[in-house]
Design a protein around this ligand. Sequence first.
Ligand SMILES: Cc1cc2nc3c(=O)[nH]c(=O)nc-3n(C[C@H](O)[C@H](O)[C@H](O)COP(=O)(O)O)c2cc1C
Length: 200
Amino acid sequence: MTDLFTSDNPWELFGLWLTLAKATPGISEPTAMTLATASPQGAPSARIVLLKDIDDRGFVFYTNYASRKSRELMENPQAALCFYWMPLDRQVRMVGTVEPVSTEMSDAYFATRGREKQIGAWTSKQSRPLETREQFEQELHANTLKFESVDPIPRPEHWGGWRLVPTEIEFWIQQPYRLHERRVFTREAGGTWTSVMLYP
Ligand SMILES: Cc1cc2nc3c(=O)[nH]c(=O)nc-3n(C[C@H](O)[C@H](O)[C@H](O)COP(=O)(O)O)c2cc1C
């Protein structure tokens, strides 16, 4: 039995792998994952975000709701996530649909962030063109003054979480000679998960 079969529940298996990644030296961002989105015409784009929560529906990250990724997700809610933990030679990838998390959940997470990051979230027009770095720094400074006597800083409406609700999750372990092991879970109509192995 390999680590691919420690559990028949993909949530539990992912939790075990993430715990292992967090305990492994040399993985500075164990929650870093590639998020792939696509335009309504199907043109893909990808970037790294951090996994901030796993609940019983899916995998949660936070970002600017006016960013490129969010604009694409609003128009086309299909997305993919991919984790790679290099020292462990393991990969997890999943596809599914996204939904915004509740405003209460975004508020609660925003409240845990330091004031500098909160002011950054208020100031950044993420993914929009910026003339000069100085302009952004001036806007940051202006917001720092604006919020000086505001505590707690409220969450801006343009910032919050997305949850990817997976329909398929694949676990991959590198093996010598490219003879890797792969196990893919698929969510059935009733919500149960079935799995098969894949050729390398
Ligand atoms: C390690 C790492 C972690 C990141 N985490 C986040 C994140 O959690 N949320 C976020 O909006 N951007 C994060 N970014 C920045 C994104 O990769 C990206 O540059 C930004 O979100 C704009 O993407 P977009 O223009 O496709 O919307 C992270 C980048 C790196 C390298």
